[in-house]
Design a protein around this ligand. Structure first.
Ligand code: PEP
Length: 261
């Protein structure tokens, strides 16, 4: 079971789905279903598209909801001639809590490198956002036996020159690329094995205290039917959920992972 010093997080990554009107309905429905017990057990966060963030903020603030929200991306730059980019300062103004950085879709379709990821982690920290850093190997890398080496090198690249007090508060999402949106979930043991490697690496780069504090999520085809076994792994502190989080009923079932059979 997840370490009692680390509160689990269930994070829904909406990707390029759900417009701002649908987001309002989604948040209202989810908030209506969730109880104090749910929030006591698990932190709940959503990553809507940028165009939804203001609407989500308005409902969360007005109803004092305990749901938090993050941005799916962040610019490495503070302001200026960067057409299409959104800065950390802008996200901070919308009381965004997390910035998702290094998602495999960004790495694959937008050619983001570890250097880009590192610059964005620094931008998030600068603007008081918590970086949620996604790392993980492709199928080819896993089949070649290099999954751990590859994933840890992404970790080291993302955290370059980041001071330990920020690392403890950050979140790492281990997402094997072959399991994202494919229905092909890693085994709970795969998730645990990589999470422990990540934690050991953080202990060697920083300290055992930092490694014990940082939350490590698993992502890749998580749903209500498989979440409990994944969450029972001692080094897995939550999940980053794509497809299954688009349905508020399913997302709430995932948030209630201890109650799943
Ligand atoms: C994701 O987008 O981070 C993800 C894990 O997607 P899915 O749950 O659909 O595999």
């Amino acid at each position: 079971m997840t370490n009692e010093n680390r509160k689990p997080i269930m994070a829904g990554n909406w990707k390029m789905n759900i417009n701002h009107l649908e987001a309002i309905a989604y948040v209202n429905k989810t908030a209506y279903m969730l109880t104090e017990k749910d929030y006591d057990r698990t932190d709940v966060t959503i990553f809507p598209p940028f165009t939804d963030l203001r609407s989500v903020q308005t409902i969360v603030d007005a109803d004092h909801l305990q749901i938090t929200y993050g941005a799916q991306e962040i610019s490495a730059f503070d302001s200026g001639a960067y057409t299409g980019e959104i800065s950390g300062a802008m996200l901070n103004k919308l009381r965004v809590k997390y910035a998702l950085i290094g998602h495999s879709e960004r790495r694959a379709y937008h050619h983001e490198t570890d250097e880009n990821v590192n610059a964005k982690v620094k931008a998030a920290i600068k603007h008081d956002l918590i970086p949620m850093i996604a790392i993980g190997e492709t199928l080819e890398v896993r089949q070649a036996g290099n999954a751990v080496e590859h994933t840890l090198s992404q970790l080291v690249g993302a955290l370059k020159d980041i001071r330990s007090n920020y690392v403890g508060n950050a979140v790492i999402a281990y997402e094997p690329v072959w399991a994202i949106g494919t229905g092909e979930v890693a085994t709970p043991q795969d998730a645990q094995d990589m999470s422990i490697k990540i934690r050991e690496k953080i202990a060697s780069l920083y300290s055992k205290e930092v490694a014990d504090k940082i939350r490590i999520l698993y992502g890749g085809s998580v749903k209500a039917g498989n979440v409990k076994a994944i969450m029972e792994q001692p080094d897995v502190d939550g999940a980053l959920i794509g497809g299954a989080a688009l349905d508020p009923d399913e997302f709430v079932r995932i948030i209630r992972w201890p109650d799943q059979p």
